[in-house]
Design a protein. Sequence first.
Length: 370
Amino acid sequence: MAVALNPQTEDTPLNREPPIKTLLSSFLTPTPISYDRNHGPIPHLSATHTIHVDGVGSDPLPLSVQQLQTEFPQHAVTCALECAGNRRHTMRTMLKEVQGIDWGDAAVMNCTWKGPRLRDILLRAGVDDRHAGRGLHVAFSSYQVPCQEDEWFGGSVELERCLGEEWNVIVALEMNGEPLPPNHGYPVRVVIPGVAGARWVKWLDRITVQEQESVNFYQRRDYKVLPPDAVDSASAEGFWDRTPAMCDMPINSVVGVPEDGERVVLSDDGMVEVKGYAVPQGADGPVTRVQVSGDGGLTWVDAELGGSAGERKWCWVLWRARVAVERGNEREILSRAFDAGGNGQVEHSQWNLRGVGYNGFGRARGLTVI
């Protein structure tokens, strides 16, 4: 886990995830065990940083960090931040080879974020509900450092998501009661609950209301669930512009205890204790049920969910269960989650070249049970 934050370049950005058992040790993810996903070096900005709001219907509006702290009501939201490529290793090994970092099951974090609502900032700039329904987008941009595939980093979501209070989109200044750490966007980033982490732009410079989605590489030519016909970089060329950018993350669950390949000792009654996390799909939280199977999905038992439903709209649940597993080698334990929107996991999700959005059953594979 000890990884130096400097030096870094666009060729060697910081990308890491914690051990899954460590991740499951806390409902709120402490900074030292949070995952990191970057496409370039981490900039170190000062508290005098200013963001700029502009675009369709907006009067150009510069806002300092101090203004964001003092001139707007502060709103806190507890939600999961998940990399679009979380569980890519499972897609790669269970389905077919994919392109991208070989993320395991721990490219996710659950935190309380705090800052002004984006709605309030847009209203200050002159953008209001009259602009909804016009197909507009809100683009977020950081020009601080060059990235691997572009000179800057950006992403966007629809304007309606940013104007509705129920979406809880904020311009975050704090994480778990402290100023954002540099590797998570200090002094200001976007927080968009339920949405792929690629849209949560860190080290935010500009918020622009515009008629099209962000033109950045990572919005237009990455983080998309390409159709199965896109089998390599050449064949993908015809699909990038025809495939929508990832927005809502899918429902998911992960078995974290025991881990793949672990030696497991049965209890006196022939049971194994199983632990993991589950996240809802987009805005369809909370997670309402997690089931666990020790016999390949023939039978399932309900897991105990941590926390209360009122706390789980946007965040993960940590769950635990006891299941019966036969002694032997190459045993497997499965999990599947359900949420308030009626979404549920299936055995496997669609293969795609970039290996994003995998949400097949959670799995602990290759267990030796004695």
